[in-house]
Design a protein around this ligand. Sequence first.
Ligand SMILES: C[S@@+](CC[C@H](N)C(=O)[O-])C[C@H]1O[C@@H](n2cnc3c(N)ncnc32)[C@H](O)[C@@H]1O
Length: 393
Amino acid sequence: MPHILTSKHNNIKTPSKSKDGVLFNYIAKSTYGDKISVTCDGKDFFLTKLIKDDKHLIKIDSTTRVTPVETVKKALNSYGEICDGDLIFSNTSNDNNRLRPTKKYLKDIGYFVDEFQTTKEICVEVGFGSGRHLLYQAQQNPDIIYIGLEIHTPSIEQMLKQVKILDIKNVFAVNYDARLFLEFLASNSVSRIFVHFPVPWDKKPHRRVMSDEFIVECMRVLKVNGSLELRTDSPNYFEYNEELLTHFPTYRSAIVKNQDLAVSSKYEDRWKKQGKDIWDITIYSKDISPAIVIDKDFSFHLNCKIDIGKLQNNLEKKPIVKKGFFVHLEHIYITDDNICLLHLTMGSFNKPVSKYLVLKDDIVNYFQSNPIPTSPNQNAHKLIQELLNEAMG
Ligand SMILES: C[S@@+](CC[C@H](N)C(=O)[O-])C[C@H]1O[C@@H](n2cnc3c(N)ncnc32)[C@H](O)[C@@H]1O
């Protein structure tokens, strides 16, 4: 991680601008260290300033990290020039000529929140791993769009390399938890959802992909007669899914044992060699589902004026856990002219979001951008608003 180490120094003057055009907007202080608000190359982020062994360490604040890393290095170098401390160490030499690979088929979740639209047929694969099945399907069906969801970054990179080698043009990879992703697909829009050899999580069943909620969400996004196709070698996971099926007695489903598919995954090859059984459970969607509207409103409506003293004294700092979401208001940072930063973690237990709230002139905003509008984030946002009103009311 790029950082600089300097001798102890006074706070830089804010607002100020370096000769490279980096803006240092304000410094918010706390006993945990300072947050320095920076605007560099059109991007807003914080630098953290900490005391380390009688020196000052300045680095990017991980919650507000931006890309490319050269932007952060530029800001750190400018800080080193402006401050009145001596530079002791830095790993911020900038190589602006480095070519970055374009990742045309790797899509950010924001793309699916705001842009994704197609008239083509869509299939989704959850946890594609090495991507053998996903790539096979995409090659066989070039007119279908395949969305591959995976949380393991090396698997995504490996799969994208194959996409390039095989010149496949109908796959999108998304680095996102499948349990939260489906919210961003329109109702009745998907033909098939593959869940092949999901991790059975025998000791941590709450981490399983398959659940009542996931099945209901799959049925919503599937077209009538569309299918959710689970394939597993785990007897425990198979029994768990049989049990889930009993919660939906009206759904049409099929169970097949030791069926050969046209392509077998790396895992499957291994299990077959060991003579293990493999089960397929397919659940079919039977009804047209109503459209859902995503609530993207993350604005704050306070009942009172911002009172930093009350906020510091009254705000609940322990995590507050509710059904399906949580809020943890962690630290408060304050500037000399009463801008308040509230560092918090919120949303789903499966994919918590770390954010700063900026409270300034009776206006509250999320720093950089609003959270992704998942239901857990929306619920957490409403709770944060209640907590702010309670603390300052
Ligand atoms: C056992 S591997 C199977 C991979 C592949 N489907 C196959 O058959 O070879 C399970 C994969 O699911 C991914 N995974 C686990 N939980 C996930 C989630 N919630 N969302 C998306 N991917 C997930 C893991 O990273 C892993 O690559």
